[in-house]
Ligand binder design. Structure first.
Ligand code: HEM
Length: 201
């Protein structure tokens, strides 16, 4: 297998924006003083997630949900391989990681939407509790996701974090994406700026 381009620009930039926004939101969640920053972080998070949902339909091959979301049989097969230390190598996301990714996107959307309601003083204590619960659930899935990334990197002897930075992974040359779609990453930046502004207004 060769080193091939797998992750386009929007996937990579979106990922690290999500990491930054989620971390900032966690750090500022309990403080009145940092409320505005918290809202900007939430707006950024929700903006990235909305963009990613669209990109999952129209993006490059490995960014598309249809290319990496698999049914229970593939997930069980992958987890069986994991148990004996030999999970099957996938060029894009693996079948188990894919479900963690979908959960993170769903929780990001729900946590962001409930946060917006709290910010607008809609829904009272119930929505506030819901927002806290969803955010805590997201933190747990982030923990699982990072553990999965570390285990996957070790078992496949492939630095998956570096791949999420550079876009390059091991794979068959015919699975490489043709262009990194830098223009779409510029669109992502503009869109996220609008979402963050709108959200925190
Ligand atoms: C803090 C919150 C985080 C969130 C919300 C998050 C979310 C995501 C999402 C949505 C994807 C799918 C990327 C895509 O297809 O667009 C992903 C993949 C990935 N994430 Fe994260 N992530 C987080 C933290 C991290 C951290 C801290 C690391 C580094 C240790 C990391 C490493 C990766 C890697 C390497 C992949 C690609 C996995 C693969 O090769 O299949 N993530 N993450």
């Amino acid at each position: 297998m060769d080193k091939i381009r797998v992750w386009d620009w929007p996937v990579r930039l979106g990922h690290w924006l999500l990491v930054g926004a989620f971390t900032l939101a966690w750090l500022t969640g309990d403080s009145e003083e940092w409320r505005l920053v918290h809202a900007y972080a939430g707006g950024t998070l929700i903006g990235v997630v909305l963009f990613r949902l669209v990109w999952g339909l129209i993006g490059t091959h490995h960014a598309r949900f249809a290319s990496f979301v698999r049914g229970p049989a593939s997930v069980i097969n992958y987890l069986k391989g994991l148990r004996i230390g030999k999970p099957p190598h996938t060029t894009g996301h693996n079948p188990a990681g894919a479900w963690a990714i979908l959960s993170l996107l769903a929780l990001g959307l729900l946590s962001g939407a409930s946060g917006w309601l709290v910010y607008q003083d809609i829904g009272g204590d119930v929505v506030e509790e819901l927002h806290e619960g969803l955010s805590a659930a997201m933190l747990m899935v982030v923990g699982l996701h990072v553990a999965g990334v570390i285990v996957g990197s070790l078992l496949h002897r492939e630095n998956l974090v570096r791949a999420m930075l550079t876009g390059y992974k091991r794979g068959n040359p015919d699975e490489a994406i043709a262009t990194p779609r830098a223009w779409a990453a510029l669109t992502l930046i503009g869109w996220v700026a609008v979402c963050a502004w709108w959200f925190a207004r």
